[in-house]
Design a protein around this ligand. Structure first.
Ligand code: P6P
Length: 341
Protein backbone atom coordinates (compact mmCIF):
# COMPACT_ATOMS: atom_id res chain seq x y z
CA UNK A 1 0.00 0.00 0.00
CA UNK A 2 1.33 3.49 -0.88
CA UNK A 3 1.98 5.35 2.34
CA UNK A 4 2.12 9.13 2.79
CA UNK A 5 4.89 10.57 4.95
CA UNK A 6 4.26 13.32 7.53
CA UNK A 7 6.24 15.79 5.41
CA UNK A 8 4.21 15.10 2.29
CA UNK A 9 0.93 15.17 4.24
CA UNK A 10 1.76 18.57 5.74
CA UNK A 11 2.86 20.01 2.38
CA UNK A 12 -0.42 18.82 0.82
CA UNK A 13 -2.42 20.32 3.73
CA UNK A 14 -0.51 23.59 3.26
CA UNK A 15 -1.30 23.56 -0.50
CA UNK A 16 -5.00 23.01 0.30
CA UNK A 17 -4.85 26.15 2.42
CA UNK A 18 -5.73 24.20 5.59
CA UNK A 19 -4.58 27.08 7.82
CA UNK A 20 -1.09 25.62 7.91
CA UNK A 21 1.38 28.42 7.07
CA UNK A 22 4.94 27.27 6.14
CA UNK A 23 6.38 28.40 9.50
CA UNK A 24 3.80 26.35 11.41
CA UNK A 25 4.32 23.36 9.13
CA UNK A 26 8.08 23.52 9.76
CA UNK A 27 7.51 23.81 13.53
CA UNK A 28 5.34 20.68 13.53
CA UNK A 29 8.00 18.79 11.54
CA UNK A 30 10.70 19.84 14.04
CA UNK A 31 8.60 18.74 17.02
CA UNK A 32 7.77 15.44 15.27
CA UNK A 33 11.50 14.83 14.63
CA UNK A 34 12.23 15.52 18.32
CA UNK A 35 9.52 13.02 19.34
CA UNK A 36 11.22 10.45 17.10
CA UNK A 37 14.49 11.03 18.99
CA UNK A 38 12.65 10.71 22.34
CA UNK A 39 11.12 7.43 21.14
CA UNK A 40 14.50 5.97 20.28
CA UNK A 41 15.88 7.09 23.65
CA UNK A 42 12.98 5.59 25.65
CA UNK A 43 13.19 2.35 23.73
CA UNK A 44 16.74 1.79 25.00
CA UNK A 45 15.41 1.63 28.57
CA UNK A 46 17.93 0.22 31.02
CA UNK A 47 20.39 -0.36 28.16
CA UNK A 48 20.57 3.39 27.62
CA UNK A 49 20.84 4.24 31.32
CA UNK A 50 17.74 6.45 30.96
CA UNK A 51 15.50 4.89 33.60
CA UNK A 52 15.06 5.95 37.18
CA UNK A 53 14.79 9.25 38.98
CA UNK A 54 17.15 12.18 39.33
CA UNK A 55 16.63 12.63 43.06
CA UNK A 56 15.21 16.13 42.49
CA UNK A 57 11.77 17.66 42.01
CA UNK A 58 10.40 19.67 39.12
CA UNK A 59 8.39 22.88 39.37
CA UNK A 60 5.32 20.75 40.12
CA UNK A 61 7.00 19.31 43.20
CA UNK A 62 7.03 15.92 41.47
CA UNK A 63 10.02 13.56 41.41
CA UNK A 64 11.89 14.22 38.17
CA UNK A 65 12.73 11.16 36.08
CA UNK A 66 15.94 11.11 34.03
CA UNK A 67 13.80 10.90 30.90
CA UNK A 68 11.79 14.00 31.88
CA UNK A 69 14.98 16.05 31.61
CA UNK A 70 16.40 14.18 28.60
CA UNK A 71 13.14 14.63 26.65
CA UNK A 72 12.87 18.27 27.71
CA UNK A 73 16.40 18.96 26.44
CA UNK A 74 15.75 17.13 23.16
CA UNK A 75 12.74 19.39 22.51
CA UNK A 76 14.65 22.51 23.57
CA UNK A 77 17.68 21.74 21.40
CA UNK A 78 15.50 20.86 18.39
CA UNK A 79 13.39 24.02 18.59
CA UNK A 80 15.72 26.83 19.68
CA UNK A 81 17.47 27.51 16.36
CA UNK A 82 14.67 27.01 13.80
CA UNK A 83 13.54 30.63 13.69
CA UNK A 84 9.81 29.89 13.99
CA UNK A 85 9.49 30.28 17.77
CA UNK A 86 9.44 33.39 19.97
CA UNK A 87 9.74 31.30 23.16
CA UNK A 88 9.09 27.87 24.67
CA UNK A 89 7.62 26.70 27.98
CA UNK A 90 7.62 23.27 29.55
CA UNK A 91 6.28 21.37 32.54
CA UNK A 92 9.93 20.77 33.44
CA UNK A 93 10.97 24.44 33.44
CA UNK A 94 9.58 26.93 35.97
CA UNK A 95 10.03 29.99 33.74
CA UNK A 96 9.51 30.42 30.02
CA UNK A 97 12.52 29.88 27.76
CA UNK A 98 13.09 32.82 25.39
CA UNK A 99 14.86 32.13 22.09
CA UNK A 100 18.58 33.00 22.55
CA UNK A 101 19.67 36.21 20.78
CA UNK A 102 21.99 34.25 18.47
CA UNK A 103 18.94 32.76 16.77
CA UNK A 104 16.14 34.54 14.84
CA UNK A 105 12.85 34.91 16.72
CA UNK A 106 9.67 33.56 15.13
CA UNK A 107 5.95 34.13 15.62
CA UNK A 108 4.92 31.02 17.57
CA UNK A 109 4.97 29.91 21.19
CA UNK A 110 5.49 26.21 21.98
CA UNK A 111 4.40 24.83 25.36
CA UNK A 112 4.84 21.15 26.13
CA UNK A 113 4.97 18.30 28.59
CA UNK A 114 8.06 16.38 27.45
CA UNK A 115 7.09 13.11 29.13
CA UNK A 116 3.53 12.76 30.35
CA UNK A 117 2.95 9.80 32.65
CA UNK A 118 6.64 9.50 33.52
CA UNK A 119 5.85 7.37 36.59
CA UNK A 120 5.08 4.63 34.03
CA UNK A 121 8.55 4.69 32.47
CA UNK A 122 10.27 2.38 34.96
CA UNK A 123 7.48 -0.19 34.63
CA UNK A 124 7.54 -0.19 30.81
CA UNK A 125 4.06 1.25 30.28
CA UNK A 126 3.14 3.81 27.61
CA UNK A 127 4.14 7.44 28.14
CA UNK A 128 3.89 10.41 25.81
CA UNK A 129 4.86 13.92 24.80
CA UNK A 130 2.13 16.57 24.60
CA UNK A 131 2.53 19.92 22.83
CA UNK A 132 0.51 23.04 22.17
CA UNK A 133 1.24 25.87 19.71
CA UNK A 134 0.05 29.45 20.19
CA UNK A 135 0.80 32.60 18.23
CA UNK A 136 2.94 35.15 20.03
CA UNK A 137 1.11 38.48 20.43
CA UNK A 138 1.98 40.90 17.59
CA UNK A 139 3.50 43.45 19.96
CA UNK A 140 5.84 40.80 21.42
CA UNK A 141 7.99 40.92 18.25
CA UNK A 142 9.65 44.14 19.43
CA UNK A 143 10.27 43.12 23.04
CA UNK A 144 11.18 40.21 25.31
CA UNK A 145 8.49 37.52 25.48
CA UNK A 146 6.89 37.17 28.91
CA UNK A 147 4.87 34.47 30.66
CA UNK A 148 1.79 36.65 30.13
CA UNK A 149 2.18 36.16 26.34
CA UNK A 150 1.55 32.44 26.86
CA UNK A 151 -1.59 32.98 28.96
CA UNK A 152 -4.09 32.57 26.11
CA UNK A 153 -7.27 30.48 26.29
CA UNK A 154 -7.02 27.08 24.63
CA UNK A 155 -9.37 28.11 21.82
CA UNK A 156 -6.51 30.27 20.49
CA UNK A 157 -4.21 27.27 19.90
CA UNK A 158 -3.15 27.04 16.25
CA UNK A 159 -1.96 23.42 16.59
CA UNK A 160 -1.79 20.65 19.19
CA UNK A 161 -0.49 17.12 19.26
CA UNK A 162 0.93 14.25 21.20
CA UNK A 163 3.26 11.31 20.64
CA UNK A 164 2.76 8.01 22.44
CA UNK A 165 5.75 5.79 23.11
CA UNK A 166 4.07 2.38 23.43
CA UNK A 167 3.90 -0.88 21.46
CA UNK A 168 3.95 1.45 18.47
CA UNK A 169 5.17 5.04 18.48
CA UNK A 170 2.32 7.15 17.14
CA UNK A 171 1.79 10.88 16.62
CA UNK A 172 -1.64 12.54 16.69
CA UNK A 173 -1.99 16.08 15.32
CA UNK A 174 -4.56 18.80 14.77
CA UNK A 175 -4.28 22.33 13.41
CA UNK A 176 -7.96 23.08 13.62
CA UNK A 177 -9.23 21.10 10.63
CA UNK A 178 -9.60 17.57 11.96
CA UNK A 179 -7.33 15.05 13.70
CA UNK A 180 -4.67 12.97 11.93
CA UNK A 181 -2.66 9.96 13.14
CA UNK A 182 0.84 8.85 12.12
CA UNK A 183 2.90 5.77 12.99
CA UNK A 184 6.70 5.79 13.24
CA UNK A 185 8.25 3.45 10.68
CA UNK A 186 11.38 2.60 12.64
CA UNK A 187 13.05 0.88 9.68
CA UNK A 188 13.29 4.11 7.70
CA UNK A 189 12.85 6.51 10.64
CA UNK A 190 9.86 8.40 9.24
CA UNK A 191 6.34 9.20 10.40
CA UNK A 192 3.71 7.61 8.10
CA UNK A 193 0.05 8.69 7.84
CA UNK A 194 -2.03 5.79 9.20
CA UNK A 195 -5.25 7.54 10.36
CA UNK A 196 -6.28 10.27 7.86
CA UNK A 197 -9.30 11.36 9.88
CA UNK A 198 -9.83 10.44 13.54
CA UNK A 199 -13.31 10.81 15.05
CA UNK A 200 -14.46 9.49 18.43
CA UNK A 201 -16.82 6.49 18.04
CA UNK A 202 -20.12 6.90 19.90
CA UNK A 203 -21.81 4.36 22.11
CA UNK A 204 -18.82 2.77 23.83
CA UNK A 205 -19.38 2.70 27.57
CA UNK A 206 -15.95 2.88 29.14
CA UNK A 207 -14.78 5.34 31.79
CA UNK A 208 -11.27 6.19 32.92
CA UNK A 209 -10.75 7.53 36.44
CA UNK A 210 -8.43 6.84 39.38
CA UNK A 211 -10.98 5.16 41.69
CA UNK A 212 -8.64 5.45 44.70
CA UNK A 213 -9.65 9.14 44.93
CA UNK A 214 -13.36 8.31 45.00
CA UNK A 215 -14.03 9.41 48.61
CA UNK A 216 -12.52 12.83 47.89
CA UNK A 217 -14.68 13.73 44.88
CA UNK A 218 -17.58 16.19 44.82
CA UNK A 219 -21.00 14.51 45.21
CA UNK A 220 -21.96 14.95 41.56
CA UNK A 221 -18.82 13.12 40.42
CA UNK A 222 -19.36 10.37 43.01
CA UNK A 223 -22.94 9.94 41.78
CA UNK A 224 -21.92 9.85 38.11
CA UNK A 225 -19.27 7.18 38.68
CA UNK A 226 -21.54 5.20 41.03
CA UNK A 227 -24.17 4.98 38.28
CA UNK A 228 -21.51 3.83 35.80
CA UNK A 229 -20.54 1.09 38.29
CA UNK A 230 -24.23 0.16 38.82
CA UNK A 231 -24.29 -0.73 35.13
CA UNK A 232 -27.47 -2.26 33.69
CA UNK A 233 -28.85 -2.74 37.22
CA UNK A 234 -28.80 1.05 37.69
CA UNK A 235 -30.32 4.10 35.99
CA UNK A 236 -27.83 4.02 33.10
CA UNK A 237 -29.25 0.57 32.13
CA UNK A 238 -25.89 -0.17 30.58
CA UNK A 239 -22.79 -1.94 31.80
CA UNK A 240 -19.58 0.10 31.74
CA UNK A 241 -15.97 -1.05 31.50
CA UNK A 242 -13.19 0.80 33.33
CA UNK A 243 -9.60 1.59 32.34
CA UNK A 244 -6.95 3.77 34.06
CA UNK A 245 -3.44 3.81 32.51
CA UNK A 246 -1.77 6.55 34.56
CA UNK A 247 -0.82 8.21 31.25
CA UNK A 248 -3.37 10.70 30.00
CA UNK A 249 -2.12 10.41 26.41
CA UNK A 250 -2.78 6.64 26.47
CA UNK A 251 -6.30 7.15 27.84
CA UNK A 252 -6.96 9.83 25.20
CA UNK A 253 -5.63 7.54 22.46
CA UNK A 254 -8.04 4.81 23.61
CA UNK A 255 -10.95 7.28 23.62
CA UNK A 256 -10.08 8.48 20.10
CA UNK A 257 -9.97 4.84 18.99
CA UNK A 258 -12.98 3.30 20.75
CA UNK A 259 -14.83 6.08 22.60
CA UNK A 260 -15.52 6.54 26.31
CA UNK A 261 -14.78 9.25 28.89
CA UNK A 262 -11.77 10.32 30.97
CA UNK A 263 -12.10 12.07 34.34
CA UNK A 264 -9.55 13.72 36.59
CA UNK A 265 -11.97 15.85 38.66
CA UNK A 266 -11.33 18.25 41.52
CA UNK A 267 -10.88 16.39 44.78
CA UNK A 268 -10.76 17.39 48.45
CA UNK A 269 -7.19 16.17 48.99
CA UNK A 270 -6.08 19.67 47.95
CA UNK A 271 -9.32 21.71 48.11
CA UNK A 272 -7.64 24.94 46.95
CA UNK A 273 -6.38 23.23 43.79
CA UNK A 274 -8.74 23.10 40.80
CA UNK A 275 -7.40 19.67 39.81
CA UNK A 276 -4.21 17.70 39.27
CA UNK A 277 -3.71 18.09 35.54
CA UNK A 278 -2.09 21.14 33.91
CA UNK A 279 -4.12 23.47 31.73
CA UNK A 280 -1.51 24.79 29.30
CA UNK A 281 0.27 21.58 28.30
CA UNK A 282 -2.17 18.75 29.08
CA UNK A 283 -5.81 19.88 29.15
CA UNK A 284 -5.64 22.50 26.38
CA UNK A 285 -3.79 20.48 23.69
CA UNK A 286 -5.64 17.24 24.45
CA UNK A 287 -8.90 19.17 24.75
CA UNK A 288 -8.37 20.67 21.28
CA UNK A 289 -7.69 17.21 19.83
CA UNK A 290 -10.77 15.72 21.51
CA UNK A 291 -13.01 18.57 20.26
CA UNK A 292 -11.57 18.33 16.74
CA UNK A 293 -12.39 14.59 16.83
CA UNK A 294 -16.03 15.41 17.67
CA UNK A 295 -15.78 15.09 21.45
CA UNK A 296 -16.03 17.50 24.40
CA UNK A 297 -13.62 18.65 27.14
CA UNK A 298 -14.87 20.40 30.31
CA UNK A 299 -13.50 21.26 33.73
CA UNK A 300 -16.74 20.12 35.47
CA UNK A 301 -18.37 23.53 34.94
CA UNK A 302 -17.52 24.67 31.42
CA UNK A 303 -15.46 24.25 28.26
CA UNK A 304 -11.75 23.84 29.00
CA UNK A 305 -10.72 25.75 25.86
CA UNK A 306 -12.56 28.84 27.14
CA UNK A 307 -10.62 29.02 30.43
CA UNK A 308 -8.59 32.24 30.61
CA UNK A 309 -5.24 31.11 32.12
CA UNK A 310 -3.85 32.98 35.13
CA UNK A 311 -0.49 31.19 35.35
CA UNK A 312 1.71 28.96 33.20
CA UNK A 313 1.55 25.88 35.43
CA UNK A 314 -2.01 26.22 36.64
CA UNK A 315 -4.00 23.07 37.20
CA UNK A 316 -7.53 22.22 36.15
CA UNK A 317 -10.15 19.51 36.53
CA UNK A 318 -10.51 17.53 33.30
CA UNK A 319 -13.49 15.54 32.02
CA UNK A 320 -13.20 14.74 28.31
CA UNK A 321 -14.24 12.21 25.68
CA UNK A 322 -17.39 11.27 23.78
CA UNK A 323 -19.55 14.42 23.67
CA UNK A 324 -22.77 12.62 24.69
CA UNK A 325 -21.10 10.96 27.70
CA UNK A 326 -19.43 14.22 28.81
CA UNK A 327 -22.83 15.94 28.58
CA UNK A 328 -24.38 13.16 30.68
CA UNK A 329 -21.62 13.54 33.31
CA UNK A 330 -22.14 17.33 33.33
CA UNK A 331 -25.83 16.75 34.21
CA UNK A 332 -24.71 14.86 37.34
CA UNK A 333 -22.22 17.60 38.26
CA UNK A 334 -24.91 20.29 37.90
CA UNK A 335 -27.35 18.30 40.05
CA UNK A 336 -24.58 17.74 42.61
CA UNK A 337 -23.87 21.47 42.86
CA UNK A 338 -27.59 22.23 43.12
CA UNK A 339 -27.69 19.92 46.14
CA UNK A 340 -24.85 21.92 47.69
CA UNK A 341 -22.07 19.55 46.65
P1 P6P B 1 -2.61 9.54 39.19
C1 P6P B 1 0.58 11.64 34.78
O1 P6P B 1 1.31 12.02 35.93
C2 P6P B 1 -0.70 12.47 34.76
O2 P6P B 1 -0.36 13.83 34.67
C3 P6P B 1 -1.61 12.04 33.62
O3 P6P B 1 -0.92 11.66 32.48
C4 P6P B 1 -2.39 10.88 34.23
O4 P6P B 1 -3.68 10.73 33.66
C5 P6P B 1 -2.50 11.29 35.69
O5 P6P B 1 -1.44 12.22 35.96
C6 P6P B 1 -2.36 10.10 36.62
O6 P6P B 1 -2.56 10.58 37.94
O7 P6P B 1 -3.03 10.42 40.35
O8 P6P B 1 -3.63 8.48 38.84
O9 P6P B 1 -1.21 8.99 39.29
Amino acid sequence: MHRVSLSRFLIEQQRQGTNLPPELRLLIEVVARACKAISYTINKGELGGVLGSLGQQNVQGEVQKKLDVIANDILLDANEWGGNLAALASEEMEAIHPIPHRYPKGEYLLVYDPIDGSSNIDVNLSVGTIFSVLKAPEEASGRAVTEADFLQAGRHQVAAGYAIYGPQTTLVLTFGKGVFGFTLDREVGSWVLTQPKITIPAGHHEFAVNMSNQRHWAPGVQHYVADCLAGKDGPRRQDFNMRWTGSMVADVQRILTRGGIFLYPWDAREPDRAGKLRLMYEANPLGMIIEQAGGAAIDDTGRILDIEPSSLHQRVAVILGCAAEVAKAAEYFTRGRAMGG
